[in-house]
Design a protein around this ligand. Sequence first.
Ligand code: PXL
Length: 268
Amino acid sequence: MKPFKVLCIGGSDTSSGAGIQADLKAVSACGCWGLTVITAVTAQNTNGVSGFHPVPAIFVGKQLDAVLSDIGADAIKTGMLPTEEIIRIVTNIIIKYRIKKLIVDPVMVAKGGKVLMNRKARIALMKELLPLAFAVTPNIPEAEVLSKMKIKSIDDMKKAAVKIQALGVSNVLIKGGHLSGSRKIDVTDVLYDGCFYEFSSERINARNTHGTGCTYASSVAAGIAKGFGIVDAALRSKIMVIAAIKEAALLGKGYASVNVFGDNILTK
Ligand code: PXL
């Protein structure tokens, strides 16, 4: 068989809940072949990230060329991109290989508060990488940084989505899990592709959500690789992520990780 190929570019998570390990599991659960380019090695467990080492940018480029010059990719998903040098290399490669199906998960801060991307990298992501992207998948704090506005409501999410699209990315999927205040019982994600879509679901145990963002974005990338449109890919991914939170792997003493291979996952 010839599988659909999804290249995941991001950091390694020793706990396998988030990062490249989550990406590979999500892409596999969606029936695609995951390819991986590592941008950083983190040391982390269920309590948080205790440190990380970026991979030298030139070697990130070597990994990318190795994969794309031979195997290619039907879609590319980026996660942790810790330095502007790495972002520049990734950007050049996206241009060189004329990649159109690029999904950017703008990973900025880990759950425990560890900053995974420096300020210069944030600017490079906004100015150089996002204009090449098909879709971006920020959570609320990331969407606030990208849109330079506070987000307190679903209306604010929509305003922010329009501002983020103006950075040059076609589709904006803002995940509502971090929205505080009145939204205690449900979670609404907002997708903007020129029209607005709202995907609402019940709020599930917030302690069991490590890896949610990586899993969601990788699943969207797999859907796009398979030829789904953004609305279909996003909706299917949300459904998978909800199931993966319900099936979270209860490991360690901190936050449990989402588990796309739990007992009740439909893709099994
Ligand atoms: O969830 C964001 C994320 C992405 N990539 C890596 C991470 C994390 C969060 O901890 O460690 C490698």
